[in-house]
Design a protein around this ligand. Structure first.
Ligand code: FAD
Length: 433
């Protein structure tokens, strides 16, 4: 009898194990806690929430709310358990974290087809396997993964710049151009005069940051400085660094601006742009205020804030298929934060899909690729088609979905229609499963 190995009983691994077991396939679920702990977990329970007790928005006007609804339709144990122990949190789905972890642990552990093995996995298992060992994957397993992917394709932190929905950029103020007009005009440039720069600079150096953690020394050491740290070295560091204007004369005036912020296309369909060189440690509220001082970004819809985290993840665009399958080994799947999805719900969602596909693999059925109109499908699509060269983790957001044509200007209306389309699509799809 074929069993599927699942490594890690976190958000993704618990969901994957559940999906596999409920399809009548036996699971061997490996979890190293409490034998070996991670730097962030405190208990031996499955699906422990290491930080916030909120699974973010529950509303259909928000992509992560739509994602939850898609997961409900596919019988997610994580969302079901969260719904069962929700605490009042306005439009968000927040939970009693102990009750939540207890529920997930009981449900998964008590499934007759789940065998729990409390040990650290130190080698990638043979046979059908889902690796869901998370952002704090143990050292021994990280070493194995490094061997699998090659050293340069396994990362230990994100140093991510903010990502913006293209529809929210004021196209009157920005212009398309590459530095010195080399190659195709690829960047959107936000020009600043001296006064605008000074205002931005003052806001940037005085904005509140997240306190530094030990691992950040290692990031700085690798030359990946947060923009606010660079800024504190003086205005020139920015003007000769990430905000350098040379070769970026404004085509409308022919003049060189005092400073320029460059935006680079982030996904294949061009609905998202990242801010070049703006990895940052600013808190999200102040981060938004500072970014909205950039000409053209006054109304910017930030779909992913800049962060600097400890995080283990692989270069998914290089290694994974949108089925969460490893390209070099068809019985090996990855799920959770290690694939470059970001967040509790996103991690569980990838576990759901990886679990379903592991089942299909062992039962000899075709792999599922969910349509990109769904949030589930759009996440899988993003992590497997993003630019390999500067791949960084991603949250669920509406900017990942193919736009509705003709374009809907009103944001609320646009999101409503995207949500309806996503849920209709998943409904039709699940009927065919
Ligand atoms: P995890 O939930 O971490 O599960 C991985 C499991 O694998 C763990 O139980 C671990 O013990 C086990 N494991 C690791 N190595 C091995 C091994 N070799 N053998 C056996 N078992 C192993 N996201 C949010 O949405 N909100 C937040 O507030 C938030 N805060 C975060 C704070 C920190 C410090 C970190 C690191 C991440 C945070 N995240 C947050 C991001 C992410 O959503 C969570 O980390 C989430 O738990 C990821 O789910 P996962 O299933 O990929 O990993």
């Amino acid at each position: 009898e074929t069993k599927v190995n699942v490594v890690g009983a976190g958000l993704a691994g618990s969901e994957a194990a559940w999906q596999i077991a409920k399809a009548n396939i036996p699971v061997r679920l490996f979890e190293m806690r409490p034998v070996k702990n991670t730097p962030a977990h405190h208990t031996d329970k499955f699906a422990e929430l290491v930080c916030s007790n909120s699974l973010r928005s529950n509303a259909l006007s928000n992509a992560v709310g739509v994602l939850k609804e898609e997961m409900r339709k596919l019988d997610s144990v994580i969302i079901q358990s969260a719904d069962d122990c929700a605490v009042p949190a306005g439009g968000a789905l927040a939970v009693d974290r102990h009750e939540f972890a207890n529920l997930v642990t009981e449900r998964v552990k008590n499934h007759p087809l789940v065998e729990v093995i409390a040990e650290e996995v130190t080698e990638i298992p043979e046979g059908p396997t889902v690796i869901a060992s998370g952002p704090l994957t143990s050292e021994a397993l990280s070493k194995q993964l490094k061997e699998l992917t090659g050293e340069e394709y396994l990362y230990f932190y994100d140093a991510a710049a903010p990502i913006i929905e293209v529809e929210s950029i004021d196209r009157e103020k920005v212009y398309l151009k590459s530095r010195y007009d080399k190659g195709d005009a690829a960047y959107l440039n936000c020009p600043m005069n001296e006064e605008e720069f000074d205002r931005f600079y003052e806001a940037l150096i005085s904005a509140e940051t997240v306190p530094l953690k030990e691992f950040e020394k290692e990031i700085f050491f690798e030359g990946c400085m947060p923009i606010e740290v660079l800024a504190k070295r003086g205005k020139k560091t920015l003007l000769f660094g990430p905000m350098k204007p040379v070769g970026l004369e404004d085509p409308k005036t022919g003049k060189r601006p005092y400073a320029v912020v460059q935006l680079r296309q982030d996904n294949q369909s061009g609905t998202l742009y990242n801010i070049v060189g703006f990895q940052t440690h600013l808190k999200w509220g102040p981060q938004k205020e500072v970014l909205q001082l950039i000409p053209g970004l006054e109304q910017a819809e930030i779909v992913r804030y800049g962060v600097m985290h400890r995080n283990t993840f692989i270069n998914s665009p290089k290694f994974l298929l949108p089925t969460y399958q490893y390209k070099g080994r068809e019985d090996l799947f990855f799920a959770g934060q290690i694939t470059g999805v970001e967040g509790y719900v996103e991690s569980a969602a990838s576990g759901l899909l990886a679990g379903m596909n592991a089942v299909r693999y062992v039962t000899g059925r075709e792999q599922i690729v969910l349509p990109p109109e769904t949030i589930l499908g759009s996440m899988a699509n993003y992590i497997t088609t993003a630019n390999e060269k500067n791949f960084q983790p991603m949250n669920a957001n509406f900017g990942l979905l193919p736009p509705i044509e003709p374009r809907i200007k009103n944001k609320k209306e646009r999101y409503e229609q995207l949500a309806t389309r996503a849920l209709d699509t998943i409904q039709n799809f699940s009927k065919r499963l």
